[in-house]
Design a protein around this ligand. Structure first.
Ligand code: ADP
Length: 387
């Protein structure tokens, strides 16, 4: 646990970068510092590993004042990842990753074995080991940066805009990779970004800072989205925070309808039996239950079926209500298709059904019930990521 107590930083030119900031950063979770450029995020992060010393206040690591601890040992207990990875250009990938273990006196072989293990962990092909940083893409360099920071298995990982310089698709992949690694390793991660979407996607808790290094709100992402503390936070979150907040509600409570679902070998009579005035289509599946497309019953004759494409599907109970709503909005019929883990159809839901589930989830949350429970997923990894 890192405890930031009433910490301020005033630079020699008089700039107050951080102003009486207090934050508790728990173990085994990702705490994100987010806010506009110049609000003191980097200064705060660098005070944690003492690259910058506070002007006032104190920072404790597991109850011990950082000031009392030797700087070198402290830095080695904290991995540090920066934008553009900051790799040593004249060292190979494997030697970059092995840097801290070698400094700690590990044998060359042990350090290299550790580097190989970490390359696998961050999803780097072993064939990259002998390359130099300039021979890697931006995303691969960031992976090396993360592997290097993890090399000596530090309990704390400090990350300063680590994914800001890569394109959005690669960035999404790196975020998912970080959540997966965190699920396995459970570090105390402090992550700085200016991108609120990134903060919400990866943070267990998010600290929103305003210019002058003052804390505007410190809360889990779903709480930020549903109850921003003031207009500054609401503006920073953006206009569609209601829709984005649906990522935190599970589809478990969605009332799926299996009546309009028929297999492709159904007879005209069986199809007719499935049709209701409120569902002018049937969803046709193959014999294994995988969706093939939507059919208008009037156009259904044996051997002659015209199908509309099924559109996207959501995994019932695992994907969020945001995904289900998106499926319903994009569906050619306005009905979303819920499938199980294997991709077989469980049932369908109209836009109205999704809207009913959204209202119920909001009501349950407002009563303190958690809004239909968290979206399923492994510990630390947020399911529905990127959806
Ligand atoms: P962020 O990471 O949120 O962009 P920083 O922590 O880098 O913000 O900077 C916070 C404020 O402190 C900014 O106004 C910045 O210009 C100022 N600042 C940063 N480093 C120094 C420095 N060494 N000397 C003077 N002012 C600085």
């Amino acid at each position: 646990m890192i405890t930031i107590e009433e910490v301020s930083k005033r630079y020699p030119d008089g700039t107050v970068a951080v102003d009486r900031l207090s934050l508790d950063i728990p173990d085994r979770s990702i705490t994100v510092l987010v806010g506009p450029s110049g609000c003191g995020k980097t200064t705060t992060l660098r005070m944690i590993n003492r690259m910058i010393e506070p002007s006032a206040g104190r920072i404790l690591l597991d109850g011990k004042d950082l000031q009392q601890q030797p700087v070198n040992a402290l830095r080695r207990s904290m991995g540090y990842v920066i934008q553009n990875a900051g790799l040593f250009q004249h060292r190979t990938v494997v030697d970059n990753i092995a840097t801290v273990p070698r400094l700690l006196g590990w044998s060359r072989q042990r350090a290299r074995d550790r580097a190989a293990e970490l390359m696998a962990r961050v999803g780097l092909d072993p064939a990259m080991a002998k390359r130099y940083p300039y021979q890697l893409s931006g995303g691969q360099q960031q992976r090396v940066g993360v592997a290097r920071a993890l090399a000596a298995d530090p309990p704390v990982l400090l990350m300063d805009e680590p994914f800001s310089a890569v394109d959005p698709v690669v960035r999404r992949g790196l975020q998912e990779e970080l959540l997966r690694i965190q699920g396995e390793l459970g570090k105390a991660i402090v992550f700085v970004t200016h991108d609120i979407d990134e903060a919400i996607r990866i943070g267990d808790r998010v600290a929103v800072l305003r210019t002058g290094g003052r804390l505007a709100q410190f809360a889990p992402p779903d709480e930020l989205l549903s109850a921003p503390a003031d207009d500054f936070v609401a503006d920073f979150l953006g206009a569609d925070r209601g829709i984005r907040g649906l990522s935190f509600f599970s589809t478990t409570g969605l009332n799926l309808d299996s009546t309009p679902v028929v297999a492709e070998d159904a007879t005209t009579k069986q199809v007719a039996a499935r049709v209701r005035p409120d569902v002018p289509y049937v969803l046709v599946t193959d014999v294994d239950g995988k969706p093939l497309g939507w059919a208008e019953p009037a156009g259904w004759t044996e051997g002659e079926k015209t199908l509309l494409p099924p559109g996207q599907t959501f995994e019932f109970g695992r994907d969020s209500l945001r995904v289900a709503l998106d499926c319903a909005v994009l569906s050619p019929t306005g009905w979303a298709i819920g499938v199980d883990r294997t991709g077989s159809v469980v049932g369908v839901a109209s836009q109205e059904t999704v809207a009913t589930a959204i209202r119920a989830a909001h009501a349950e949350r407002d009563l303190g019930g958690g809004g239909g429970g968290p979206v399923d997923g492994p510990p630390f990894a947020k399911a529905g990521v990127g959806k």
